[in-house]
Structures are given as C-alpha cells and as structure tokens.
Design a protein around this ligand. Structure first.
Ligand code: ASP
Ligand code: MG
Length: 421
C-alpha cells in the first residue's frame, strides 16, 4: 500500500504567489517520491490578523459565529491557489474546505476541538492519484455551522488528518528550521534540537514557544503520529523530529526555555475561606470557556478568615474574565479584583529534570542574580514556570538559556532563504 504523508504549510510559506509556487514544488517532490500527499495550508501571510482587525474596527465584541464565518475565508483562498499552482505544474490536485471533507468539531466558536474526520472522500481522491489540499484551522459542527480551532490551529488540522488517515508522518513546514532551545530571535545562538519528546514539546508550546499549536502536539501524542518541524525554504534540512519520550536518550536536564508575554494576572482579594469558593470562581470561568493557567491561593488570614486567589489567563480573555468576575462579586462576597497584564511567564522545560534535584533552585538563583523578581511560581513534572515583569522576560530567557548550557556555537539562520528548486 502507498504511504500517506501529510504536509502542512503556515501563513509565511504561502504569503504570495511565488511562495505558493515553491510550496507546490515541495508537494510535488513528495508525490514523486511515490507517496500519497495531503496538504494542509493556513491563510496567506497576515490575512487572519487583517480579518480580525476589520471586525474589531466595527465592534470590540463581534459574535463568535460571525468571527468564525469571517476567519475561515482566509484558508479558502490559499487552498484554491495552491491547487491551481499544482495543476499548473501538470499534476492533478483538488482542494477541499472542512465542510467538504467533514472535519467535525464540537459546537464552540473560536476554539473548537475536532471530534471526528471523515476519510471516504479523501481516500477516494487519493486513490484517483490526486494531491489533496485541505483548509487548516476550520471545522464544521453536526448542524453545519462553521467553526475555527483557535489561532494557529492549522497545525492541529494537519495532525488530526494524519491520525485519521493513519499517515506515515506529518511534516510541519514553517519559516524556522525546527524547534530551538529558545526563540532564536531573542538568543541568536540558540541550538536546533534534532529530537524532542511530545511531552517536552507540549510543555514548551504551552509555555509560549510559538512553533506549534499545543493541541497539535497533544493529538500527535495521543495517536502516536511522528511529527517533523522543518523549513519550507531549506528542504534538505530535516528539522526536528517529535517522538515519544520512551524513544529518546536524555542528556541535559533542560531541553528548552520559553517566554509567554500574552498573559494577564488576576487577583481576587479577600475571599471568605470556606469550601466552594474556588469551585465557584473557576467553575464560572470554565463555563465561559476561559482557560486558567497558574493558580495560587494564599494562606488564610486568621483574623478576617479570608484569603486571596491569584491566577493567570491569556490576555485575549481578559475583558471576558473581568466581566465574569464582576458579575460574581456579590455571590463571592469578595474584596477588590486586581488585574495586571504587564507580566510574562518564563519557563524551563525538560524530561531530564525528573528526579534531578537543584534545577528549581538554579532557576531561582539565576533570576535573583539578574535582579528579577518572581511574582508567581508553578511546576509540573517536567516544567518550572515563573511569572516576572514583562520587560524582564527576555533578560530572564537569556540568563536561563546560558546557565542550563543550551547555547551552540553557530548563530541560527532565522529567516531562511528561498531555494532554487
Ligand atoms: N490562519 C490561522 C491563524 O492565523 C490558522 C493558522 O495559521 O494556523 O491563526
Ligand atoms: Mg502557525
């Protein structure tokens, strides 16, 4: 049986028609290797940002349904253009949007999860020898409503398609050469990792490394899809392979350092110290579909019998969070609600830190030496995150990258160059 390879190209890789031609060549190359190819593309360049901006010019609170109608049009353009480019090069291609394929999602706007992908149409067209181009980022509900998977969601579309089709591999082509120990735009001598585990990648993605959409890594882990992040401009470079942690040998305690500046911290002050308070706050936020990241509850004050509950959210959920909490104020019988979005989360991640003491203290000492104040701390088995002032985030990343010996001798080529294929 022929192998199926899923390829995904992000917005920068399809930013103009020249680049789309380049993508067509990469797709054809894989087809010429004797594989069946399904290609997933994002919207061209900054199209999605532009669409968001236009909606916000009209109102700060556009409805979720119409936003999904609007944003899903971006990918509609790039799939058709890529199919045209492949056909112009003499190969058979067909483009499909999510509704045509049957990429079924839950009934939630702007961050829907994929529930099921129908494969009949895809298999039929692959069997007819066609290259298939599928719109990333979008889905459809059982009732035929258009949804989107959240910003950056095309990665997830690609991995979910690879899982549904039992593909050999999912290649994520992007404008960087793979996964780095940290953002090479911040630390020029960051090293490219040959391999990283799903678990570490997941933590890095949640910690703000923008290489992959976190849900794509979750899906790859769940279905054991080998995932390769590679440059769409340097095709001979194999990039970074993402695999299960059991398949890796780990030498260093820390694999990567990441910063996330799109966070906001909320403190609900003076909440009564009694059962059900946290359940009320976080239950209501969950109902509004707001994800909460770090959470700290202070030690109860004896005299007033109250404590403070602090947590972080994504800044894009800030307005909704404040209105949700304000509506709860009377029920909670709490004090002031404080908001601070001048913060960033800096994290170190590594499967090698399990059972190795001293990693956390090294992180805290390093930040102390830099005079950086830690506002909140949270940990998982393979990650330690510290909340710091936003303007200190880059300094923190540089110092941590150095102390955990992640530098390499070469300076990373972040921009990449177009090959003359
Ligand atoms: N076009 C969408 C976005 O910009 C999806 C993606 O690029 O993955 O977020
Ligand atoms: Mg992306």
């Amino acid at each position: 049986m022929r192998k199926i390879i899923v390829q995904k190209f992000g917005g920068t890789s399809v930013a103009d028609t020249e680049k789309i031609k380049n993508v067509a060549r990469t797709v054809i190359r894989e087809k010429e290797n004797g594989n069946d190819v399904v290609v997933v593309v994002s919207a061209m360049g900054h199209t999605t940002d532009y669409l968001v901006k236009m909606a916000h010019d009209l109102t700060p609170t556009p409805s979720g349904r119409e936003m999904d109608m609007l944003l899903s049009t971006g990918e509609g353009v790039s799939i058709a253009l890529l199919a045209i480019a492949i056909q112009a090069a003499g190969y058979e291609a067909v483009s499909f949007n999510a509704m045509q394929v049957g990429i079924m999602t839950e009934n939630v706007h702007s961050k829907a999860r994929i529930i099921d992908i129908k494969t009949e149409k895809l298999r039929k067209n692959l069997n007819e020898g066609k290259i298939i181009v599928v719109a990333g980022f979008q889905g459809v509900t059982e009732d035929g409503e258009i949804t989107t998977l959240g910003r950056g969601g095309s990665d997830t579309s690609a991995v979910a398609l690879a899982a549904a089709l039992n593909a050999e591999r999912c290649d994520i082509y992007t404008d960087v050469e793979g996964v780095y120990t940290t953002d090479p735009r911040v630390v020029p001598n960051a090293s490219r990792l040959n391999e990283i585990s799903y678990e570490e990648m997941l933590e890095l993605a949640h910690a703000g490394a923008n290489v992959l959409h976190p849900r794509s890594v979750e899906t790859a882990k769940q279905f054991n899809v080998p995932l390769r992040v590679r440059s769409s401009f340097k095709l001979d470079n194999l990039g970074t392979l993402i695999v299960g942690v059991d398949k890796m040998e780990i030498y260093k305690p820390v694999a990567g350092v990441a910063a996330d500046s799109s966070q906001a911290r909320i403190v609900v002050c003076d909440v009564p110290d009694k059962p059900g308070t946290a359940a009320t706050i976080f239950g209501r936020l969950a109902k509004e579909n707001i994800s909460v990241d770090m959470i700290i509850q202070s030690y109860a004050r004896k005299v007033s019998n109250t404590n403070d509950i602090a947590f972080t959210i994504d800044s894009s959920d800030l307005a909704k969070t404040i209105s949700t909490l304000n509506a709860l104020k009377a029920e909670l019988n709490c004090g002031e609600i404080k908001v601070d979005d001048n913060i960033a989360k800096v994290s170190i991640v590594g499967a090698g830190m399990i059972d190795r003491p001293g990693i956390a203290s090294t992180m805290f000492e390093t930040l102390a030496e830099q005079g950086i104040n830690i506002r909140m701390i949270s940990t998982s088995e393979i990650k330690i995150s510290c909340l710091v002032d936003k303007d200190k985030a880059q300094q923190a990343v540089k110092a941590l990258h150095k102390v955990f010996e992640l530098e390499c001798n070469e300076v990373a080529d972040v921009k990449g160059t177009l090959p003359d294929v």
